[in-house]
Design a protein. Structure first.
Length: 429
């Protein structure tokens, strides 16, 4: 009985959710504090620039690496790079030397590219076509609960200034635990879907063949269309974390805000899953999901413009203005806005994975598709964090975010128009 449950598609998605709860979930909690929990966010921005630069390369290569080496060893080794990054801040706390943290960021980019290719393959290829929205929600909820729990760490163990050694040690220990949990994953060929069929896994290529398959992605019309959605999908993090959450709130309050940001992710993933797995035609579901995202994100960014104007008078103060234990009613509007930012992130990511999952059911193919998505996504994030590290005015970053988002929307509608009702007939042939 246990053996059957262990090899079930849903259990494996839950398992990879728990891994990501411990690993990128903790990273998200740390990163969303602004500056990696430091008062000066310069080192954090430079580390993120290095991270997403290498992530771009290894995101693209990640699918091939997972296909060649398998999910267990690749996710295990990749997860350890997150622990290295969190641990590097302990060194920074004592030396204020940014070199190790920036280098750890670059190493983390390598690991993250491979980990997310493996995770995305599991999440999009293991469910049946009518379950993909629900499986995305299951993963996204468990994963983001990690960020919720991680956000409690700075509230409980932190001093009013930068994150203490105890906070970084807690993050590192949980990430190490998650990396060893990866060794319990089952290989895709042994996983059974809810209808009793095996996961589709075509024979992967050798090293040269996998490299050729990756190059072919740049000529794939669906991947070209997906480029703009991918590029914009993590672009907003630098503004939300470093320009909104970072400078205006005390360190403990940033952690408090993030509890709501990451909880909202779970709500957003659930709401969109209900639409994406509904009884409407798959094309109509794609249109509805895209429209909801387009409206939600523009409403949030317009609200952020008004918030920016209200915050203009306090932006250059040496001490943060808001503390959740002292500020009172003025705090409410800003935490609601930040919560809606988290909600939008989840609906955007959920739609992206669902659209990718609508292109195929083959785990070997989807590992490459997800790798392409994460690689291009990381290129956008690298640009965003580099802009922030380079000192672009906060107002210009805000407008830039809106432009990048809205450029992607017409291409998303085009991808919706090309969505087919099923891939099962073609794959049986």
């Amino acid at each position: 009985m246990f053996k059957n449950s262990y090899y079930s598609a849903k259990f494996q998605v839950i398992l990879v959710g728990l891994i990501c709860f411990c690993v990128p979930g903790m990273f998200n909690a740390l990163n969303s504090m602004g500056g990696g929990g430091q008062i000066d966010d310069t080192t954090g921005s430079k580390a993120n620039t290095a991270l997403y630069t290498t992530f771009t390369i290894f995101g693209l290569l990640g699918g091939a690496i997972v296909n060649l080496l398998g999910v267990r060893i690749t996710i295990f080794a990749s997860a350890l790079t997150y622990a290295l990054y969190s641990g590097s801040y302990i060194y920074y706390n004592h030396t204020l030397n940014p070199g190790f943290t920036i280098a750890a960021g670059a190493i983390l980019g390598i690991g993250a590219g491979i980990l997310w290719a493996g995770q995305g393959m599991i999440m999009t290829s293991y469910p049946l076509e009518n379950e993909k929205g629900n499986f995305i929600f299951i993963f996204w909820s468990i994963f983001n609960m990690g960020a919720v729990i991680g956000s409690i760490i700075p509230v409980v163990v932190n001093s009013p200034g930068k994150l203490s050694d105890a906070g970084y040690i807690a993050f590192t220990a949980i990430e190490v635990l998650g990396s060893f949990l990866a060794l319990t994953l089952a290989p895709p060929t042994k996983v059974i879907r809810s209808n009793g069929t095996s996961v589709i896994a075509t024979k992967h290529e050798n090293v040269i063949g996998e490299f050729v398959e990756i190059l072919k992605l740049f000529g794939n019309p669906s991947m070209i269309t997906l480029f703009f959605l991918s590029f914009s999908s993590n672009f907003f993090y630098s503004y939300q974390f470093n320009e909104f959450n970072g400078p205006h709130f005390t360190s403990r309050s940033r952690g408090f805000n993030n509890i709501f940001y990451w909880l909202a992710q779970m709500v957003g993933a659930y709401v969109l899953s209900r639409i994406l797995d509904s009884n409407m035609s798959r094309r109509k579901r794609a249109y509805y999901g895209t429209t909801i995202n387009a409206v939600l994100f523009n409403v949030v960014w317009i609200a952020t413009i008004f918030a920016y104007k209200n915050l203009a008078g306090i932006r250059n103060k040496t001490e943060p203005e808001f503390d959740f234990t002292k500020t009172g009613g003025k705090y409410t509007g800003y935490i609601i806005l930040y919560t809606l930012m988290g909600l939008g992130d989840a609906t955007w990511q959920s739609l992206a994975y669902w659209l990718i999952g609508s292109l195929s059911n083959d785990s070997t193919v989807l590992s490459r598709y997800v790798g392409f998505y994460k690689g291009v996504q990381s290129a956008g994030a690298a640009v965003s964090w580099a802009i922030d590290a380079g000192g672009m005015k906060s107002s210009n970053q805000l407008i830039f975010n809106m432009v990048v988002l809205n450029i992607s929307i017409p291409f998303m509608y085009y991808l919706c128009a090309k969505t087919t009702e099923t891939n099962e007939t073609d794959e049986k042939v």
